[in-house]
Design a protein around this ligand. Structure first.
Ligand SMILES: *[C@@H]1O[C@H](CO)[C@@H](O)[C@H](O)[C@H]1NC(C)=O
Ligand SMILES: *[C@@H]1O[C@H](CO)[C@@H](O)[C@H](O)[C@H]1NC(C)=O
Ligand SMILES: *[C@@H]1O[C@H](CO)[C@@H](O)[C@H](O)[C@H]1NC(C)=O
Ligand SMILES: *[C@@H]1O[C@H](CO)[C@@H](O)[C@H](O)[C@H]1NC(C)=O
Ligand SMILES: *[C@@H]1O[C@H](CO)[C@@H](O)[C@H](O)[C@H]1NC(C)=O
Ligand SMILES: *[C@@H]1O[C@H](CO)[C@@H](O)[C@H](O)[C@H]1NC(C)=O
Length: 424
């Protein structure tokens, strides 16, 4: 009897061991599968995705799929593969560059954005991308003004923004828009009259680092909140809040993803603004004849459906006026492409509000390679920039910050003075 029981026990142990080994082997096989997938097809796929999530197009790599979520199995596997790869790099990146400054007061290794960050600190892949854009010079930038004016004090930079940026939206008095047809489409009131004088405003980036931030109530406590493109609030209220006063969108979103734009009710809230990359310092007329994305049809279609909702078209001068100031304050050549929607949204709020809190434009302790809080996609380019001169925008915003480094570290929060409160 005793003998049989012992034999049984040994059998069970052997079975358990066999099961365990099978599981281990299965896991190993899966790993191998991802590795081979990533070496074969990832590089090209990722390239296409960068341009997509960086919002704009690059010659033949132009991407027309705006569906933010990978829908096919292959795409899902690809995402997993890039997760594996991105994770491997997370630990190596901060060590090999000095984009971050260590905070002496806080226990190490806490870091925030360094306002003197240089492209030399970027990973090699993004350095190459920057050089490619410099040589392409798609928008025919022929800037010859000063560079390396980083000695300007924050107040002096604020004065430059106040004096040189044209914040007017397109109106029926602007060249090609002065037809009776356009007059019927464009909002009657200008944006300053529409929004009134706003006191405390929030600009909410779409960064992955907003996830688990619990910033929702703080963001909603502002008088006005600006969000970008298709960034959702539903399902993410505790991290990003639910108030949307202004939504700034790029022309690609409303053109390429037109059906979603006209049917998704999240766009029906607040005031909309669309912007489109224009040739360097082009007139409104030149740009109108050759927009980067021909979004005018989609704009009119939406206006026919929601005529009461204010919906503005950004004047094409603003982007390059801002770009010139970014270039002047950078110590090296910045990408000759328009500033990011993020930076444009910041200056729009600086014009409308007394004070602006910007969330997760400069990354907090939650910094991640996850591009957007509402998508499972990983790419460093989303934080460091590829198409847009994001690195230099961040340097400037860090320079202008009136808040503390601790607020950046814990809340991803930068506080800027509204332009009407700047004494020049
Ligand atoms: C990870 O780092 C390696 C070596 O620095 C680099 O070749 C590779 O492109 C990086 N991967 C990503 C996803 O950045
Ligand atoms: C950035 O550069 C300026 C001017 O060279 C210097 O005064 C400042 O300390 C630097 N800041 C950081 C965080 O390195
Ligand atoms: C840049 O190009 C524009 C248009 O071609 C021209 O009018 C302007 O003089 C050029 N500026 C410089 C500094 O070369
Ligand atoms: C519209 O603007 C253009 C160029 O600015 C001008 O030549 C034209 O006369 C204007 N048309 C009307 C109806 O005001
Ligand atoms: C906007 O409209 C208001 C009222 O019509 C006017 O007082 C104001 O000067 C306009 N602002 C701009 C920037 O055009
Ligand atoms: C920027 O200006 C400083 C001081 O004027 C100078 O020492 C430095 O070499 C310049 N850097 C570049 C990249 O031109």
């Amino acid at each position: 009897m005793v003998h049989v029981n012992l034999l049984k026990k040994v059998m069970y142990i052997l079975l358990a061991l066999l099961l365990f080994l099978t599981i281990c082997l299965w896991k190993e096989t899966r790993k191998g599968y991802y590795v081979s997938l990533k070496t074969n097809s990832q590089t090209d796929q990722i390239k296409v995705k960068i341009w997509k999530w960086d919002t704009l197009k690059l010659g033949t790599l132009q991407d027309t799929n705006m569906d933010p979520l990978p829908t096919t199995n292959a795409a899902l596997l690809l995402t997993k593969a890039s997760q594996v790869k991105a994770k491997q790099n997370i630990s190596t990146i901060p060590a090999e560059n000095n984009l971050m400054t260590t905070l002496k007061k806080l226990p190490s290794p806490l870091k925030v954005w360094n306002r003197n960050s240089s492209s030399k600190n970027l990973p090699p892949r993004l350095q190459k991308v920057r050089k490619t854009y410099l040589s392409m010079n798609k928008y025919h930038v022929n800037y010859s003004g000063p560079k390396n004016a980083s000695q300007l004090l924050p107040e002096e930079v604020m004065c430059q923004l106040q004096k040189r940026l044209d914040f007017r939206m397109i109106s029926a008095s602007d060249g090609p828009f002065n037809t009776s047809e356009w007059e019927a489409y464009l909002p009657r009131r200008n944006i300053s009259a529409e929004m009134g004088q706003l006191s405390r405003c929030a600009v909410v980036s779409s960064a992955g680092s907003l996830k688990s931030s619990h910033l929702g109530p703080e963001i909603d406590s502002h008088d006005a909140v600006l969000r970008f493109n298709g960034a959702p609030t539903r399902g993410f209220q505790s991290d990003v809040g639910e108030k949307t006063t202004i939504r700034l969108m790029n022309s690609q979103l409303i053109t390429v993803d037109e059906e979603r734009f006209v049917s998704d009710p999240q766009f029906n809230l607040g005031t909309l603004i669309v912007w489109d990359p224009a040739p360097y310092h082009a007139s409104i007329d030149e740009w109108y004849r050759k927009p980067d994305y021909n979004f005018f049809r989609s704009y009119k279609r939406y206006r026919n459906m929601h005529h009461e909702q204010p919906f503005y078209i950004m004047n094409p001068h603003l982007q390059w006026q801002l770009w010139d100031i970014l270039q002047e304050n950078a110590a090296e050549d910045i990408q000759p492409n328009p500033p990011s929607s993020g930076m444009l949204g910041i200056v729009i709020m600086l014009n409308l509000c007394d004070e602006v809190d910007v969330y997760e434009f400069l990354p907090s302790k939650r910094q991640t390679d996850v591009c957007h809080y509402y998508q499972k996609f990983f790419d460093q380019a989303c934080t460091m920039g590829a198409y847009h001169p994001l690195l230099f925008e961040k340097n400037m915003v860090k320079h202008l910050n009136r808040g503390s480094d601790e607020a950046i570290y814990t809340h991803g929060k930068v506080t800027l003075t509204g332009l009407r409160n700047v004494q020049c």
